[in-house]
Design a protein around this ligand. Structure first.
Ligand code: DX5
Ligand code: ZN
Length: 224
């Protein structure tokens, strides 16, 4: 299994975002997780496509390889912003199915714009929609906190949900990433992987420490 660690910029220093992106990539980040909040779908407000576009040139390794920007849309409505993020250089775009009136159409829009598409499930939300969408997905994102804020505690029920999604992905036979987001730390990342996740978002656990490389290294150590 190839694991990916996706630091969430939500806990980065917003006054130095370009530098934070470069530093965390230098420290071993695989993806950059970009949390978009609109003060409507969730009670908080972060950044939009212009910030994503400005950061695109920073999301590269020292050798110049592109590092995927993983946009997590916590917005309603979804479609116009999804397209704006595709134009702004996003690589993956995920949205909450309850925030889109026409989930199938939104998935088509994202993939038609050349991005990978994902659906996000809140802690109390059922997975039913996967039955009709799994063939169009590149990513499933399981929320292990209620969306809106960084630094919350991991909700243990997310493990069972992750196991269920892993089974659905196996059954589909498709190459779909299974990402978990919220409250992931060095001490619990192994249990999230054991439940079937292959991609891990971590905000406060990484940006809350002075040495990003040490935290990401410790996470990888637990994943061995
Ligand atoms: C919550 C966001 C998460 C959050 C994770 O709405 O989607 O990505 O930033 O932060 P931590 O790792 O601090 O829970
Ligand atoms: Zn997120």
């Amino acid at each position: 299994m190839s694991f990916r660690i996706a630091p969430s910029l939500l806990s980065a220093d917003f006054a130095r975002l370009g530098e934070e992106v470069r530093n965390v990539i230098d420290a071993g980040a695989d993806w950059i997780h970009f949390d978009v909040m609109d003060n409507h779908y969730v009670p908080n407000l972060t950044f939009g496509p212009m910030v994503c576009e400005a950061l695109r040139k920073h999301a590269v390794t020292k050798d110049g390889a592109r590092v995927p920007i993983d946009v997590h849309l916590m917005v309603q409505p979804v479609d116009a912003l999804a397209l704006a993020f595709a134009k702004a250089g996003a690589d993956l775009i995920s949205f909450h199915p309850d925030a889109s009136a026409h989930v199938d159409r939104t998935l088509q829009l994202i993939r038609g714009a050349g991005c990978q598409a994902g659906l996000v499930f809140n802690p109390a939300q059922p997975l039913d929609v996967l039955e009709w969408t799994i063939d169009q997905l590149d990513l499933v994102l399981i929320m292990s906190v209620n969306p809106g804020f960084g630094g919350q505690s991991f909700i243990p029920g997310a493990l069972k949900k992750t196991e269920q999604v892993r089974r659905l992905i196996e059954k589909s036979g498709r190459d779909i990433r299974l990402e978990v987001d919220g409250g992931i730390k060095v001490d619990n990342i192994r249990s999230v992987a054991d439940a079937g996740a292959d991609t891990f978002v971590a905000g406060s656990a990484i940006f809350g420490q002075p040495d990003y490389r040490a935290v990401i290294g410790a996470m990888r150590e637990r994943l061995k």
